[in-house]
Design a protein around this ligand. Structure first.
Ligand SMILES: C[S@@+](CC[C@H](N)C(=O)[O-])C[C@H]1O[C@@H](n2cnc3c(N)ncnc32)[C@H](O)[C@@H]1O
Length: 228
């Protein structure tokens, strides 16, 4: 949907515009909280965080209820209009202050070194430019700031890897809001200059069928303390 930017008279498009996917995600993500154990994953993703946090691609705001009270503020960036509206509602119900802001990972509308932590959950599969997005995360984190991630990516044996690549070149991004299944989020975080901390592979669903999107990685990384 087009946005009319104030004063200019020009019409700008939302950075991300996938209404059917957004409607679908709003429904299935809520079911996944209990049926796929996502609520527990979100707890593990966010436990121990403190200070100012930026969440990239916050979707309908399902992480918000899981932030610990040691978090002083969450700035939640979400480019998709329907999901952003739902995130605003979720932010009102959250126990920590949440500010939902339009924007895209590749050009975060915030100051440099302003955050103690950044949260990436199921978003690196969808951003248009992963190195640029991670460069932005690095810019807005203070030196020593932490990245918490829960991302799906490539995995499995040869047949699954070929399937993932074929899906990414054909239907998958079209039907799932620009998502890709053959990216390597852990390697991308390392290549963007973060110090990789502990991470583990989690299958989603844990006990269900193995899907091309099942190979998830839950972990931590840091912006190096020495400023560069
Ligand atoms: C699968 S949803 C995940 C939502 C949420 N992070 C969660 O954990 O439920 C992917 C999200 O990434 C957002 N997204 C897509 N491209 C993006 C971009 N370039 N910058 C920021 N967010 C983006 C989508 O609008 C959507 O909200």
């Amino acid at each position: 949907m087009a946005l009319r930017s104030a004063g200019s008279g020009k019409v700008a498009r939302d950075a991300v515009h996938h209404p059917p996917f957004a409607r679908c995600y709003a429904r299935i993500s809520v079911n996944a909280e209990t049926r796929m154990g996502m609520a527990g994953i979100r707890d593990r993703l966010l436990t121990g965080l403190s200070g100012r946090v930026i969440e990239i691609g916050a979707g309908n705001g399902l992480n918000f209820a899981h932030y610990p009270s040691s978090v002083s503020e969450v700035v939640a960036i979400e480019p998709e209009r329907l999901l952003r509206t739902l995130a605003v509602d979720a932010g009102r119900r959250a126990e920590v202050p949440v500010d939902v802001v339009p924007g895209a990972a590749e050009a975060l509308p915030v100051k440099s070194e302003a955050f103690d932590a950044a949260v990436l959950s199921l978003v690196m599969c969808s951003v248009r430019d992963v190195p640029r997005a991670l460069g932005e995360v690095r810019r807005v984190l203070r030196p020593g700031g932490v990245v918490r991630f829960f991302e799906h990516g490539r995995g499995g044996g040869r047949a699954m890897l070929l399937t993932q690549r074929a899906l990414d070149r054909t239907v998958w991004p079209l039907v799932s809001g620009g998502c890709h299944v053959s990216r390597d989020p852990v390697a991308a975080i390392r290549e963007a200059g973060f110090e990789l901390g502990p991470y583990r592979q989690v299958m989603m669903p844990e006990n269900g069928p193995t899907l091309p999107s099942s190979y998830c990685f839950l972990g931590t990384a840091w912006r190096p303390s020495v400023s560069d």
